[in-house]
Design a protein. Sequence first.
Length: 191
Amino acid sequence: MSTLDGPGFRQDGPSLGSLKTAEEVAKVVRLSLDRILELSRAEVLPHFRIDGGEPLFSVPTLKAYVRRYLTVECEGAPLPLDLRPVVLKPVHTSAPLALTMVQDRLCECPAIDVPPCVYFLIDRETILYVGQSCNLPARLVQHSQAGRQWERALFLPVPESELLQVEAHWIRALKPSWNRCRTAKPQSNEP
């Protein structure tokens, strides 16, 4: 018999010949082989087992499951400065006038899970410093331990590959006092 019929089986179910192994469906549903097997062992993915053997999958059923339960759509957002930042919660209070152009894209600190970003240390309406970080909370601690004081920090989520470019743009545009170049003292070669 080539179909899965009998007591308890739907007549419109897949045929035995149409069932595929995890390896065969991995590329079709864009999941890794390990992830498919992990979710099958947890009995999360819809699958079949013949006499307790390896999990077998109906491609249409698995595609529908992945589309419904494992796929998330990101609608996107307008790009400031033609970059690709990540969208988070907007700032609830007004930003300094110099940041008005991107105010709807700025996010307020503190936050626990902060993406790579360009950040602004601010005192009242003055932007004291522009920096970039992949770990903003740790970077703010470093500033604090160095004795710097500011009223609040705002950040603009930016893809990690664009951090230096975006940071340089904002430093050139705003010329914050804490970002001014410092030249190192010349070292003497005398003993």
